[in-house]
Design a protein around this ligand. Structure first.
Ligand SMILES: [Zn+2]
Length: 269
């Protein structure tokens, strides 16, 4: 256990949502009960676990069946967009009956998978999301204009979703908001080399933001060197509160409300 303090004890502490954490991956999956109870001590009561590859979907579904605070999403990550997406779409549709979103999907030129291939997978899954009426969890790095364009073309405003671990500019953030998306703030905000994020958080409204860890990646500065885990979301929460000049419980309350609004199936528990 890395963190067992009760970090915030406000009476109206509402229960946080980690809108993006890979609890199915090592090392988190190796000791899930203690990871979940550490998070619980920090007030995190809902966890969204996105899929990245068809081979991992069943495992995520099982974790969600075993833990009522865990909510699955299914999708093919851009780094795996060279799998046969079309032949997995019907299974994706079937599994998504229990999913809170389709994801994570998107574009990322830092991976070896050709961009045409990434775009095709992104569009196929977006179409499915729109057909099913499910929001999407979007992974996007260094391809913001193109991602925005595809979201517009595919009518993603009808379902909305979350721009996960957002790292783009304020101007880009505003364009995604206009399309009905919200911006997810990760532990990148706490890092000394965070470029755009402090400005994004300062200028946007709390109603535009949700929180995530992307555990086991994107560890906040304070725990640098350790694998990230949902309990550490409090670091990001505090950083947001400090930038906005509000109480952490205000950020917690607002991000919970926004998370449940965007991912409305989270309310079914
Ligand atoms: Zn992720």
């Amino acid at each position: 256990m890395y963190l067992n303090e009760k970090v915030l004890q406000s009476e109206d502490w509402p229960g946080l949502v980690d809108t993006h954490c890979h609890l199915d991956l090592e090392p988190l999956c190796l000791d899930l009960p203690s990871i979940l109870s550490a998070a619980d001590l920090c007030g995190v009561t809902r966890f969204v676990v996105p899929g990245v590859h068809p081979d991992g979907w069943e495992r995520i579904a099982r974790i969600a069946r075993e833990h009522e605070s865990v909510f699955p999403a299914f999708g093919i990550h851009p780094m795996h967009a060279d799998v046969a997406v079309e032949s997995n779409l019907s299974r994706l549709a079937a599994l998504s009956a229990t999913g809170v979103a389709i994801g994570e999907i998107g574009l990322d030129p830092s991976y070896a998978v050709p961009m045409e291939c990434q775009e095709r997978a992104f569009r196929e899954q977006l179409r499915l999301a729109v057909t099913l009426g499910l929001p999407v969890l979007v992974h996007c790095r260094r391809a913001f204009q193109r991602t925005l364009h595809i979201l517009q073309q595919e009518g993603a405003y009808r379902v909305g979703g979350i721009m996960h671990a957002f790292s783009g500019s304020l101007e880009m953030a505003r364009q995604f908001l206009q399309l009905g998306f919200v911006i997810s703030i990760s532990g990148i905000l706490t890092r000394n080399n965070s470029v755009h994020l402090p400005k994004v958080v300062r200028e946007l409204q709390l109603e535009d933001l949700v929180l995530e860890t992307d555990a086991p990646d994107l560890t906040p500065q304070r725990y640098k060197g350790l694998p990230n885990q949902p309990a550490y979301i409090v670091e990001t929460l505090r950083a947001v509160a400090e930038i906005k000049g509000v109480d952490p419980s205000t950020v917690a309350r607002c991000s919970k409300t926004v998370s449940l609004k965007v991912l409305d199936r989270l309310q079914m528990s």
